[in-house]
Design a binder for this molecule. Structure first.
Ligand SMILES: Nc1ncnc2c1ncn2[C@@H]1O[C@H](COP(=O)(O)OP(=O)(O)OP(=O)(O)O)[C@@H](O)[C@H]1O
Ligand SMILES: [Mg+2]
Length: 344
């Protein structure tokens, strides 16, 4: 029920009028005329007096609250003074507006807190990741300066190690730049029609040495597929597929098999990268897309991984309105897949 000032005043005056008329009725000598005149004047007087009192009290309070809120210069508190004072129930309106505003602010505060924790953790992770290759390179250079440079063979070995650490540092910084660009939306996707079979063959060629060292066989499925035209950003999709194939080689078994599978649907192509490696334990599955997350940190560092690959991939695919699906069976292998719009 809407308890407006008018309605309360009406109920109150009706109640008092009925009460007065009933009592007056018991007074000897009271005529019907007297009852009508007393009743109506009592009703009118009570009605206007109570209406005016409620109105003044309520509006004074509302005005006070309104002024306090306005003093806070809250931009998103957009209730107009006019609509508030013309409303049947200004207190209710004000209350709804304030509680909506508080809920909204509460959400913002929680988001800010989450971002703050995230930023702190990210900074700690970045410093830790940067420290490792810098310290390693620094160690090698100092050892060289301390005399190792006099032995050409040792000097060569140490320089190679220092160079490897610096290459790792370079890859890490480059990944961080790409990640921050995709996250802030600075990196705009350049959509074009491209042939994913050709892209995959190029990546196979690029990673041939790496695969050969582990005895990994790189395959396409269907093996005789000629082309697969999709709409995507060529450079970014190259990066996505490179990371999936590189991961499959790195984290797969020696003498294993890595297959890139193309499945055609009505409007999309599903592209999957499958390996027959040890798989990803279930408890790590949800976390592998987090920055710097690696299932086996020591193994990953050995293979030169920064743990940023899948975080970048996730952002790139989301900019393509796609997402990554991953299934993994321990001991059997892992399959990463995503869909892309078919070019017509
Ligand atoms: N095919 C796979 N089989 C098993 N584990 C995998 C596979 N792909 C990814 N992972 C796990 O997920 C982690 C995250 O992968 P991601 O590509 O983000 O990082 P990375 O390969 O270690 O480093 P980067 O890609 O930056 O070189 C890896 O460290 C690995 O533990
Ligand atoms: Mg990777």
């Amino acid at each position: 029920m809407n308890l407006s000032a008018r309605w309360i005043a009406f109920m109150l005056s009706l109640f008092i009028t009925v009460l007065t008329v009933v009592f007056l009725n018991f007074v000897p000598g009271t005529t019907a005329e007297m009852l009508i005149i007393t009743g109506s004047s009592c009703f009118l007087a009570t009605y206007f007096a109570s209406y005016y009192t409620i109105d003044v009290l309520v509006f004074q309070e509302v005005e006070q609250i309104y002024k306090s809120v306005k003093k806070l210069k809250i931009k998103d508190f957009n209730i107009k003074k006019k609509s508030l004072f013309n409303s049947q129930n200004p207190l209710k309106l004000l209350n709804t507006e304030i509680s909506d505003y508080v809920t909204e602010k509460q959400k913002e505060i929680e988001e800010l807190k989450r971002m703050e924790t995230f930023r702190r953790e990210f900074l700690a992770d970045v410093s830790h990741e940067l420290k490792t290759p810098i310290f390693a390179a620094q160690g090698f250079v100092h050892t060289l300066l301390d005399g190792a440079k006099n032995d050409p063979e040792v000097a060569n070995r140490f320089l190679k190690k220092a160079a490897k650490s610096l290459d790792g540092l370079d890859a890490l910084v480059r990944d961080l730049v790409v990640l921050s660009q995709v996250e802030t939306g600075e990196l705009k996707m350049q959509f074009e029609i491209l042939d994913l079979v050709k892209v995959t063959k190029d990546i196979f060629e690029q990673l041939e040495d790496k695969a050969e060292k582990r005895g990994t066989k790189l395959r396409l499925k269907p093996s005789k597929i000629e082309d697969c035209h999709v709409v995507a950003d060529p450079q970014r999709i190259y990066q996505v597929l490179t990371n999936f194939i590189d991961n499959a080689i790195k984290y797969g078994n020696d003498n294993g098999k890595v297959t890139v599978i193309f499945e055609e649907q009505k409007k999309h192509f599903t592209i999957a990268v499958e390996d027959d490696g040890p798989g990803i334990p279930k408890e790590h599955m949800n976390r592998i897309f987090e920055r710097f997350y690696r299932v086996d940190k020591s193994r990953s560092r050995e293979t030169g991984g920064t743990g940023l690959g899948l975080a970048i991939v996730k952002h790139i695919l989301s900019a393509h309105n796609s997402s990554v699906s991953v299934t993994s069976k321990p001991g059997k292998g892992t399959r990463f897949s995503f869909t892309l719009l078919k070019a017509d």
